[in-house]
Design a protein around this ligand. Structure first.
Ligand code: NCD
Ligand code: ZN
Length: 354
């Protein structure tokens, strides 16, 4: 990575956790990711979810058809685990390069997770297969137990489910997605190299107060929710540490205004449009610009056993104003638009686009 004060060039990054949705909105949001990322792990929480080889192939095809002309971008598909998932399907999918991993949503934990797994012990045959073939398990690490406080759900998941799972399957490759707590950081740092974690831009910028600033603000509501400031500070340290167990995963999750502004607003923050600028701001503030390339472009492929990209991307010190709202091609009124993360703010870095 070459870095002067006003310019940074780094190996092209990848996004290891991305929601692209489907249909018209897929076309409307995709270019924000293909613009700066070379590959992305595509989340399978559609309705119906991506549970079969043919659904994965069809979804991949629709993504590929929507990539802007002349742009090179590889969607890496994932399987959505259910109680009924067959280990043969996973094994075939992984060996044929259809699935790069399988996503575990504990049932009812987040958007479109009603088909998720009801009891981890019920799918030990799946974990056994994944461990044997080296297929990564991507986990939404929260319990959906209504008796557990929302802000404790990640820590409780680690203690109740993740720790026992890794004891049962010590060689299973696991990514704990979008971590938000000191508990998760400690657990990942003290585990073997077969466990890693993605960190989103929003969890590096906001703490839980953002959801309640002067009123109820669903724009800052995502799952897992942002936590106390102490956790945010620890996450910034972890992300900028350069440690191979932490890498970039935006969890960009677009929801239109009508679903965000409802009395039961959806969880998810659309950060793809300014994701790199957002991360870079954190690395600059933490005086860790020299470690940005490891986090954004190297640690992820190394964990997944994929080649590091050989193209470069450049960002320059130039103010950029984040729009209040973006039209994502749904051809409706503003209730069909999506608000990007950092809307209305000025970010100091911008990507050089040729
Ligand atoms: C995601 C979504 O909307 O699909 N929402 C979110 O708050 N992150 C699902 C998820 O990753 O939990
Ligand atoms: Zn997600």
């Amino acid at each position: 990575m070459i870095s002067a004060v006003n310019q940074i060039s780094l190996l092209k990054p990848d996004d290891w956790h991305l929601h692209l949705r489907d249909g018209k909105i897929l076309k409307g949001v995709l270019s924000y990711s293909t613009d700066v990322f070379s590959r992305a792990i595509i989340m399978p929480n559609l309705d119906p979810p991506i549970t079969t080889l043919s659904r994965a192939k069809g979804y991949k095809e629709r993504i590929v058809q929507s990539i802007p002309k002349g742009v090179s971008f590889t969607p890496l598909m994932t399987a959505y685990l259910t109680d009924e998932m067959s280990s043969d399907v996973l094994e075939i999918g992984f060996k044929e390069g259809i699935f790069y991993g399988a996503k575990l949503y504990p049932v009812n934990v987040t958007t479109n997770s009603s088909y998720g797994v009801t009891d981890l012990n019920k799918i030990d045959n799946i974990f056994e297969t994944m461990e044997r073939i080296g297929m990564p398990l991507l986990i939404h690490g929260e319990v959906s137990d209504a008796n557990v406080d929302v802000f404790d759900r990640e820590a409780v998941f680690i203690e109740r489910h993740l720790d026992p799972l890794l004891r049962r399957f010590p060689s299973l490759k696991v990514v704990l997605e979008h971590i938000t707590t000191i508990d998760a950081i400690d657990f990942v740092e003290n585990s073997k190299a077969t466990l890693a974690a993605t960190i989103t831009p929003h969890h590096l910028h906001i703490n839980r107060n953002a959801m309640f600033l002067g009123g109820l603000r669903s724009d800052f509501y995502c799952l897992p929710t942002a936590k106390r400031e102490t956790h945010r500070i620890a996450l910034r340290k972890a992300a900028t540490s350069g440690k191979p167990c932490f890498f970039l995963g935006t969890d960009s999750a677009p929801h239109t205004r009508q679903f965000k502004e409802s009395s039961c607003g959806c969880a998810g923050i659309f950060n793809a449009p300014f994701a790199l600028e957002s991360y870079l701001k954190v690395f600059e503030e933490e005086k860790a610009l020299d470690r940005f390339e490891a986090f954004a472009s190297k640690n992820g492929p190394n964990f997944y056993g994929l080649p590091i990209n050989d193209e470069y991307i450049t960002l320059v010190k130039k103010d950029i104003e984040v729009p209040q709202i973006l039209d994502v091609g749904l051809e409706g009124d503003p209730s069909d638009f999506v608000k990007p993360f950092h809307s209305g703010e000025i970010l100091e870095w911008s990507v050089v686009r040729d």
